[in-house]
Design a binder for this molecule. Structure first.
Ligand SMILES: Nc1ncnc2c1ncn2[C@@H]1O[C@H](COP(=O)(O)OP(=O)(O)OP(=O)(O)O)[C@@H](O)[C@H]1O
Length: 258
């Protein structure tokens, strides 16, 4: 078995600061501490997490709000550095994280496609060769030269997804973002994801939805308060998750991978 992602004893701690609270501006200036920040707490967003994903596998991560899912994904794509632990990812990774991550607001869609392509390791020639497909898939022909700050949430998602799938990554990471697209576009994305699976590429999906785990994933991990609560068969992981949080209500699978 070729391992695509290997995570070993991974932890990420954030320091959260709070400004000192002075009653008046004068008081804070006199104290010379106007801009001083005070460390108030440490948040262990990811705690001693270990797992492996095989090449060609679709792997799901489920967990409640604040469980540490986004932090884990940002660690996997190198946006964040681990506090402790080790990550090894094989091949080119394209990630569709929370919307807008990776886009420069003042730059046009076209410039952002080139920038993202370069960041993902393509040469300018390779990006030029894929550019039309990216724009056509995103259905942004009329807007590609407008600055990204003028784009709607759905337009950003379309561009981000289109770049991610068209750079032909070995590992595609998707963090619940397809939910903001309209139904027709979501269908197109799901079809691309199926094609991606058929090509034997590795897919990592984050979802709140147990039906999505069952429909898409070969294995799954339940992350709870930064820790692995269950790892293995998606139906069993989903069952454990649901029984612990009976208030969790499954939504249709199509929305959730997204
Ligand atoms: N940059 C940061 N600085 C401080 N705390 C952070 C930071 N990023 C995340 N956190 C904290 O880490 C914890 C995990 O957050 P994270 O966004 O990874 O959760 P999540 O599982 O993705 O949640 P959701 O499902 O709501 O997106 C939360 O308590 C969050 O407040």
């Amino acid at each position: 078995m070729t391992v695509a992602i290997h995570v070993e004893h991974l932890s990420k701690t954030f320091k959260r600061y709070q400004p000192r609270r002075y009653r008046t501006l004068k008081e804070s200036i006199i104290n010379g501490e106007m801009f001083e920040r005070r460390l108030s707490e440490r948040i262990e967003a990811v705690k001693d997490v270990s797992f492996s994903v095989a090449a060609g596998e679709t792997f799901g991560i489920i967990g409640r709000n604040g469980a540490g899912k986004s932090t884990l994904l940002k660690l996997l794509c190198g946006i964040l550095k681990p506090t402790t632990g080790r990550i090894a990812v094989r091949g080119r990774v394209a990630a569709l994280l929370s919307l807008g991550v990776g886009f420069h607001e003042q730059m046009s869609g076209r410039e952002n496609v080139f920038l993202n392509g370069l960041v993902l390791g393509l040469s300018p020639r390779e990006i030029r060769a894929r550019f039309d497909d990216i724009v056509t898939f995103a259905e942004l022909e009329d807007f590609i030269d407008a600055p990204v700050w003028t784009y709607s949430t759905g337009m950003r998602m379309r561009l981000a997804f289109s770049v991610a799938v068209n750079v032909d990554p070995d590992v595609l990471i998707i963090d619940e973002v397809l939910a903001v697209g309209d139904i027709a576009f979501t269908e197109k994305c799901l079809e691309r994801m199926r094609m991606f699976q058929e090509k034997g590429r590795t897919l990592l999906l984050v979802t709140h939805d147990t039906a999505t785990l069952a429909a898409w994933c070969q294995r799954a991990l339940w992350l709870d308060q930064g820790q692995v609560r269950a790892l293995g068969d998606p139906a069993e992981v989903a069952q454990a998750y649901l029984s612990a949080f009976s208030e969790s209500v499954a939504v249709p699978a199509m929305n959730a991978v997204a």
